[in-house]
Design a protein around this ligand. Structure first.
Ligand code: GUN
Length: 293
């Protein structure tokens, strides 16, 4: 069994980005700049945005965070987006999700300038991804594609089963893996809450991408021998064995599934770090576009 080490791979990619940013600055250019908008005081969102700031700093990307109160109106948020859309010094823009209920998320995402949409959530960018044009890939699918590539996991002609159909993981993953590309060329089955005979389907999978958001959902009886397992889940559960009082587990029952798998991502240290670094890759790409690179 091969452990697919997202932490190590992400660290290597961060070094690659850092070197490229250093080169940009050496050439007397300004550094790439990512702006994040955070609306409200959701603690998890606050943590995610702090991670994004820290990640930017670690590679020399400038980051700005626009913190807006929870009673911010949709109009105020759209005005902030408009302001950033028009700021030539800012290359990438993300609006942290979820947004408060009184704000229409789809309207907000569509308002971001597609060339700055480094989350890859704008409908135009999703359309480009779907037909294979160059664009920003959503961070988690992008990170997974990089892992498959760097670990030389052959996807061509393989049966790839995706558990979960979210807009930001399952759906884009199904599109990327079925495209005529490498990684890609897979035969994809997308499973969701209404899927029947789930175990039958997962047992025929060469590759399983688990993104259902249910702790340890995938068990060894669902997996055929030598399958490749990519675990997107991340759940905090109480533990008396750790100092923090909790530990992280994924959508896959790691200990038992790993024994049967040919390769598997751990949680933590698998997909998570790759998702974080993918945003940096997209920000660098956004910067390079403005320089015609
Ligand atoms: N909330 C959870 N994941 C994401 C993400 O990838 N981008 C943004 N903007 N918000 C999120």
């Amino acid at each position: 069994m091969k452990l697919i080490d997202g932490k190590k791979t992400a660290a290597k990619i961060r070094e690659e980005i850092k070197a490229e940013v250093a080169q940009i600055i050496d050439n007397n250019d300004s550094a790439p700049h990512l702006a994040a908008i955070l609306v409200g005081d959701d603690p998890a969102s606050d943590t995610y945005v702090s991670h994004k700031e820290k990640d930017c700093k670690s590679v020399g990307i400038i980051s700005s965070v626009y913190r807006l109160g929870k009673h911010t109106t949709e109009k105020e948020l759209l005005d902030t987006i408009d302001f950033i859309n028009n700021d030539e010094e800012i290359h990438g823009l993300i609006v942290q999700l979820p947004l408060p209920d009184h704000i229409d998320m789809n309207r907000v995402i569509s308002y971001i300038d597609p060339v700055k949409d480094v989350d890859g959530f704008h409908p135009l960018n999703i359309g480009k991804m779907t037909i294979g044009q160059s664009t920003y890939l959503p961070a988690t699918p992008y990170g997974i594609m990089e892992l498959l590539k760097r670990y030389e996991i052959d996807t061509s002609g393989k049966h790839c089963v995706i558990l979960g159909r979210s807009n930001i993981v399952g759906t884009p993953m199904s599109i990327l893996l079925s495209r005529k590309s490498d990684p890609g060329n897979a035969t994809v089955t997308m499973c969701h809450s209404q899927t029947k005979n789930l175990k039958e389907i997962t047992r025929s999978a060469d590759i399983i991408i688990a993104a259902i958001g249910q702790p340890e959902f995938v068990t060894k009886d669902m997996v055929k021998k030598d399958a490749v397992i990519i675990d997107v889940g991340i759940h905090r559960i109480p533990s008396d064995k750790t100092k923090s009082g909790f530990r992280l587990i994924g959508d896959v029952k790691f200990d038992e599934v790993a024994k049967n798998a040919s390769a598997i991502t751990p949680v933590p240290g698998g997909v998570g770090p790759m998702t974080r670094v993918a945003l940096l890759l997209n920000t660098l790409k956004a910067f390079k576009r403005t320089r015609g690179l």
